[in-house]
Design a protein around this ligand. Sequence first.
Ligand code: NAP
Length: 338
Amino acid sequence: MINVGVLGATGAVGQRFVQLLASHPWFNLQTLTASERSAGKSYRDAVNWRLDEPFPESVGDIVVKNTDVNSVKDLDLVFSALPASLATNLETDISRAGVAVCSNASSHRMDEKVPLVIPEVNPDHLGLIDLQRDSGSDGFIVTNPNCSTIVMVSALNPIKHHEISDIRVATMQAISGAGFEGVAAMSIYDNVIPFIGSEEEKMENETQKIMGTFDGSQIISAPFSVSASCHRVPVIDGHTLAVWLGVNASVEELKNDYRNYRAPFSGLPTQPDKSVILLEQEDRPQPRLDRNRGRGMTVSVGRVREGIRFIAMGHNTIRGAAGASVLNAELIVSKKYL
Ligand code: NAP
């Protein structure tokens, strides 16, 4: 078994990590960290469990530690669900201490030597790990994308062999994407907020990196333009995206690509049967009805039509965060980086 920990284990993403890792077949969940407010308490007492899955009693007695290098230096791998302000230095220090870091935070996503990975899309970008190891430490950082970017890029994956010239996207993002304390009820109830800080830049830059080419020493960004407009809506979980695509293909060709799509690998425990599914009903996908497909790991696509336009939807704290990171870690193990 590979000994792992979760940084920021009491937050929205941290709780998802704990839920996914509590009985994972490859990973032994040993260490949970959070802020000084939680450190020293049992996880059961520290956490305000807010997922609709039952609390995993098997980890309830783990005593929450402070979030620092000493707390995790004896582990093989940590999953980071820390605020970016903390993650920037801490994830670097932990990787230099010889520990692998799979991070949800945005801090290192655009670093030249840090892979930004969706296993079904760009598994070869893990080759950047070797460049990080050139600096002498066994540790490394691998990141997963922003929660809206991963839904869009996953939805583009089955059709990316067509020539894409530009992507425009409008998002309708769930409240849980801002963390438990992120959006006040008085701000979002009966409302839409047409601004999410740095989100549009993340979607534009991260998409070009993930869909770029790894030449053995660097990532060459994808050549198409991406233009995003991001909005917070009163949905609990599940980000919905309206995408407009400049693409050299017909609607029927694209629908067939979705119907015939299979992931390029199989056998990872967190991998769903289908990473991307085409829903043919005229009013789908919808977050409440479709976010839990594939245990939250399947991205649903619908309304592929002339324009070219389509809708994509995925669970933001599972496929968009913790599940993405756990799947990355499984890929890392299967490719023998750990
Ligand atoms: P959150 O609900 O606010 O949780 C933050 C976690 O960090 C808690 O465990 C908290 O511990 C801990 N923490 C806060 N301040 C700390 C400090 N000074 N020292 C040590 N630990 C501290 O946030 P979240 O939504 O889970 O997001 C976590 C990260 O994932 C962020 O970087 C976010 O951008 C990213 N992300 C989130 C989503 C999403 O859908 N929510 C998706 C993709 C990526 P206490 O409980 O003790 O305060």
